[in-house]
Write a protein that binds this ligand. Structure first.
Ligand code: CMC
Length: 429
């Protein structure tokens, strides 16, 4: 017999609720009939205890520091697979065979350019515009140019729209960087791989030969793979929320980009470097900074630390920290910010405040240091995160659209405002 949970309510009602068990043994109480049977709803600000969907894309165990895409441990993908293979894995559920990979890669190459008219948009953004503002606006604009299947959610066009997005977002990201530094844009090159193409569009000049550095390409593959999906995080939940109204894939992803921009989510990678720079400029006193973080009245957080789900360690942070050492050792240039970050980490991990709250470095703590070493400017860090998270957003959107039980996402509330409050005419106020 299936497990049930029994709920006893203050008015004496009791309700048997089915227990749902996931393939890794996680358990949930299905409250689908709670309101219609009893009149009660649940309260869960921040949705800390709420499972919003069943998903077979990503498994994450925060207590044991486990992250797997379609069952494959992140440690096995990082450093071995390419980002393009991982995109395919997340969206279609299995690693591509030779033919599937070559077909998918060819499609990405075919769709690398953006409509030439869209280039004008870059001219009209203020030079102070944050690249995330440009990216979200440009992704929304894609739905105005690639109109087949974009009126509303459309699964038949998913393959086409997914490849367009993955390929064009890379082009948009590089173009917005070129615009921000006043250099001519560099068009994509068909014969280059996904990451090599991105690096060339970012760093080449029309006046010079550009040589692809395979080590940079490998690091970029690694970083994008580590960011590729993370189950129901804030931006992915946003993509699902928007898509649940049958909004098209471009609109849903643009909303996800905006959710990612927040400093508590993807914007943290930029904040980490800015925090390290401030500590450095202030004399590099790590103890003083940690004391400020612990002071409740300061409002200061140790950016790049803590996670809603990981309460032990973030496996992505472990991989990035090692890559950081590799990149910086190879460059032979010591990075004062990396040293500061390591000191901060060591202090925090030995401090009761962080131990009691189970706060560990997350993916954003060291990623900015690598991006800097690659020559990527600070305000582009969250764009890099978006580029990585794109296949996850697409896979989750697709999974939701294919779910026969899909419903528009529409939470309830407990109203705490005034009772009936009669309108007072303007002249009597
Ligand atoms: N520095 C100092 N204190 C912290 C931090 C931090 N980074 N994170 C959490 N705390 C404290 C918090 O003050 C609270 O203390 P108390 O119980 O005394 O009130 C306790 O730890 C629990 O924090 P919370 O904010 O209730 O936890 P949450 O699960 O709602 O938030 C978080 C998770 C990631 C938003 C939070 O840890 C945070 O703000 N971290 C810094 C921003 C950051 O690095 N974000 C990137 C997250 S990983 C990548 C991604 O998802 O984009």
């Amino acid at each position: 017999m299936a497990d049930t949970a029994k709920l006893i309510l203050p008015d004496g009602q009791t309700l048997e609720l089915p227990v749902v068990t996931g393939s890794e043994g996680e358990k949930a109480i299905d409250i689908g009939k709670l309101r219609s049977s009893t009149g009660y709803i649940t309260m869960d600000p921040g949705l800390i205890n709420t499972g919003a969907c069943r998903s077979n894309i990503t498994f994450l165990d925060g207590e044991r520091g486990i992250l797997r895409y379609r069952g494959i441990p992140i440690e096995q993908l990082a450093g071995k697979a390419t980002f393009v293979e991982v995109c395919y894995l997340l969206i279609y559920g299995h690693l591509p065979d030779k033919n599937e990979l070559s077909g998918f890669s060819t499609n990405l190459t075919t769709h690398a350019l953006i409509h030439e008219d869209m280039r004008i948009f870059f001219e009209n953004f203020s030079h102070t515009a944050h690249p995330m503002a440009i990216l979200s606006a440009m992704v929304t604009s894609l739905s105005a140019y690639y109109t087949d299947g974009t009126g509303e959610a459309n699964l038949e066009m998913l393959d086409l729209n997914a490849t367009r997005l993955i390929s064009k977002v890379r082009t948009i990201a590089a173009f917005s960087y070129k615009k921000s530094i006043g250099q001519p844009i560099i068009y994509p090159t068909d014969k280059l791989s996904y990451c090599a193409n991105f690096l060339k569009m970012m760093f080449a000049l029309p006046t010079e030969e550009y040589e692809i550095d395979q080590e940079l390409v490998d690091i970029m593959n690694l970083l994008l793979i580590l960011h590729a999906d993370h189950e129901q995080n804030c931006s992915t939940a946003t993509v699902r929320q928007v898509g649940s109204s049958d909004a098209n894939l471009y609109a849903s992803v643009a909303a996800g980009i905006l959710a990612l921009w927040g400093p508590l989510h993807g914007g943290a990678n930029q904040q980490v470097i800015e925090m390290l720079e401030k500590i450095h400029a202030d004399g590099g006193d790590v103890d003083k900074f940690i004391a400020r973080v612990k002071d409740r009245n300061s409002g200061v957080r140790l950016m790049g630390f803590g996670h809603r789900v990981y309460k032990n360690f973030d496996p992505r942070a472990t991989i990035i920290k090692k890559a950081c050492d590799r990149v910086l050792n190879k460059s032979g240039k010591p990075d004062v910010l990396l040293d500061l970050a390591k000191q901060l980490e060591a202090h925090a991990l030995a401090d009761d405040y962080f131990i009691e709250r189970k706060l560990y470095p997350n993916v954003d703590f060291y990623s900015g240091i690598i991006y800097r070493a690659l020559g990527i400017p600070t305000n582009m860090f969250t764009v890099m995160f978006a580029l990585g998270r794109l296949p996850g957003w697409i896979a989750q959107w697709k999974e939701m659209m294919e779910d026969p039980d899909k419903k528009i996402s529409r939470p309830r509330q407990i109203y705490t405002g005034l009772g009936i409050n009669p309108y007072v005419p303007r002249e009597n106020r």
